[in-house]
Design a protein around this ligand. Structure first.
Ligand code: PXG
Ligand code: PLP
Length: 444
């Protein structure tokens, strides 16, 4: 593109003043705007006419690639037919269709889907379900939750309370009472550069016994963890760890909630992390890839015994006083149905598994590059951890992010970790481009 054309595009920028951007350095951004104006497949196109390879699938969500024609078509058709219908006491067919498709895809024993609009809402909904479940069964003293350090469960008050990301918590007072946290499972000394799940560290799960004993099991409602922590930098569960959490919860009548907002819909090479790891939670949250990021939507998936506990009052009475104006929104439901269909018809989970190996090879080949202190991978998820610059945490990773952006690749950073979670449609050549762009940036 000529300089003139690029300048022309620059002047087409909207006024950036009024929008208070989420999780963004607003002042820096508005001086150095990076706007995506269109996207297709693996690529995003910027306001100044550049094409970028998307190594994060938007924000871990566009699993089917951007603007998949079948998903776009389904949204258009739904918008023309039914824009919205009352979500409480009335229904519409597409939401039921999506719930059926979802529970078919979910692990054995998960039979019900409750719709929400985001991962954060799915977490708050699951926590409320857990509290009400125990109360309905006459165990109303079970009100405590156990989350995990470095867990990310969205930004609702429930989610930040059980979550373990300090910056997301520190400004917001005491949050939900009665929450405790497991230790995270990240250990560079024993597990640096593990390929796939680390073999060392299942004993981190035993901390749960200690925490439960401290509070007494009769006071504990649920344990919530991500099968793989995504947002904190792709922290993997040691082999056997999730199984041990399940066993301990079962022993004490405590519900296990898996937050699968990132790990669901092919990220691990399987439909859900819980299927991949062979551990079925009582409740499971999901969002993001449910509609491939096209229309906001999340869901809580529940085992039959949870749903059944609610279905006990008089006929016609509301069983769960909870829901959102846009629960099961027609456009989101149509997008979800089309998305689950293309995952299946185009073999995207299989591709994710296959390409996951290529991504793992590529990422682990970065061992030995300047400042690389760990590489982690599972399925189409990966992370490269860097030594922080003295006194300037996060600055090194931000430098790499900006360098990659300038050289045509969008990556994600969290702390001083680079994170990778590309659309499931990625091919070998695109993975190579990502790896070599990162390698170049690390050497700069
Ligand atoms: N749970 C998990 C496990 C998540 O990863 C949420 C809940 C919240 O979802 P919503 O849709 O409310 O954002 C998430 C979201 C990042 C990043 O940079 C991660 C998320 C969202 C935005 C950025 O790692 N995860
Ligand atoms: N605030 C007010 C005043 C409302 O009327 C509603 C919904 O009716 C909400 C918040 C919640 O909105 P939503 O259902 O979209 O979460």
């Amino acid at each position: 593109m000529s300089n003139n054309a690029a300048e022309q595009l620059q002047t087409d920028l909207p006024d950036l003043t009024a929008y208070w951007m989420p999780f963004t350095g607003n002042r820096y951004f508005k001086q150095h705007p990076r706007l995506i104006t269109s996207a297709k497949g693996m690529q995003c196109f910027t306001h100044d006419g550049r094409a970028l390879l998307d190594a994060v699938a938007g924000l871990w969500c566009c699993n089917a690639g951007h603007c998949h024609p079948k998903i776009v078509e389904a949204i258009k058709a739904q918008a023309e037919k039914l824009d919205y219908s009352m979500a409480f006491q009335l229904g519409h067919p597409t939401a039921f269709e999506l719930a059926n498709k979802l529970v078919k895809m979910a692990p054995e024993g998960i039979d019900y889907a409750f719709f929400v609009n985001s991962g954060s809402e799915s977490v708050d909904t699951a926590l409320k379900m857990a509290l009400a479940y125990h109360r309905l069964r006459g165990e109303g003293t079970r009100t405590r939750f156990i989350g995990r350090e470095r867990g990310y469960h969205g930004v609702g008050f429930g989610g930040i309370s059980v979550g373990g990301m300090s910056p997301n918590r520190k400004m917001f007072g005491s949050m939900l009472p009665g929450v405790d946290h497991l230790p995270h499972t990240h250990d560079l000394e024993h597990n640096a550069f593990s390929r796939g799940l680390p073999t060392w560290g299942a004993h981190f799960a035993d901390e749960l016994e200690r925490i439960i004993a401290l509070h007494d099991p009769s006071n504990v409602a649920a344990v919530i963890v991500e099968p793989i922590s995504g947002s904190a930098g792709v922290l993997l569960p040691p082999q056997g760890y999730l199984q041990r959490l399940r066993e301990i919860c079962d022993r004490h009548g405590i519900l296990l909630i898996f937050d699968e907002v990132i790990t669901a819909f092919g990220r691990t090479g399987n439909a859900f992390g819980s299927i991949e790891f062979g551990v079925t939670p009582d409740l499971m949250t999901c969002a993001k890839g449910l509609t491939s990021g096209t229309v906001p939507m999340g869901a809580v998936l529940a085992q039959g015994h949870i749903y059944d506990a609610f279905m006990t009052g008089p006929d016609g009475a509301i069983e769960f006083f909870h829901g959102y104006t846009y629960s099961g929104h027609p456009l989101a439901a149509a997008a979800g149905c089309a998305t689950l269909d293309v995952y299946e018809s185009e073999g995207m989970f299989d591709n994710a598994r296959k390409m996951g190996e290529v991504l793992a090879d590529g990422l682990h080949s970065l061992k030995g590059e300047p400042n690389v202190i760990d590489v982690r991978n599972y399925g189409l998820l990966g992370a490269v951890e860097l030594t922080p610059i003295d006194g300037q945490p996060t600055a090194r990773a931000m430098q790499i992010f900006r360098d990659c952006y300038d050289h045509g690749v969008i990556i994600r950073t969290t702390g001083d970790t680079l994170a990778f979670s590309p659309p499931l449609i990625i091919d070998e050549k695109q993975i190579e481009t990502i790896i070599e762009t990162v390698r170049r940036a690390l050497r700069t």
